[in-house]
Design a protein around this ligand. Structure first.
Ligand SMILES: [Zn+2]
Length: 109
């Protein structure tokens, strides 16, 4: 098994640029991108949407609303969030790993 701790926590500028570039491409090109992860619609049955379910996930660069750090919400983490954690389809990553962790530990006090 390949141990790859590619969490999107400390992306290089190049990774962010590539993620932004591929998000602007047509779906036909996006699905063949190395970062694309296929969606399992059976696991998305909790989502009531009049729109289309995604066929795949792509790495999503975002800026932390707390500290302004640039991170990438990895496609595989989105798959976990929507399909295993049953997250809302419109939910997006808004805070970086460090800010989420800080919040979690202050909540548990
Ligand atoms: Zn942050």
């Amino acid at each position: 098994m390949c141990m790859n701790f590619d969490t999107g926590r400390n992306p290089t500028d190049e990774e962010i640029r590539e993620a932004e570039r591929i998000l602007k491409q047509r779906p036909i090109k996006q699905k063949d991108h190395p970062s694309a992860v296929a969606a399992n619609h059976k696991k998305l049955s909790h989502i009531n949407t009049y729109g289309d379910l995604p066929n795949f996930y792509l790495d999503q660069p975002f800026t932390c609303r707390q500290c302004g750090k640039r991170e990438i919400w990895k496609a595989k983490d989105q798959k976990w969030y929507y399909e295993e954690a049953k997250g809302h389809i419109d939910a997006r990553a808004v805070e970086c790993h460090a800010c989420r962790k800080a919040k979690k530990s202050s909540n548990s006090d």
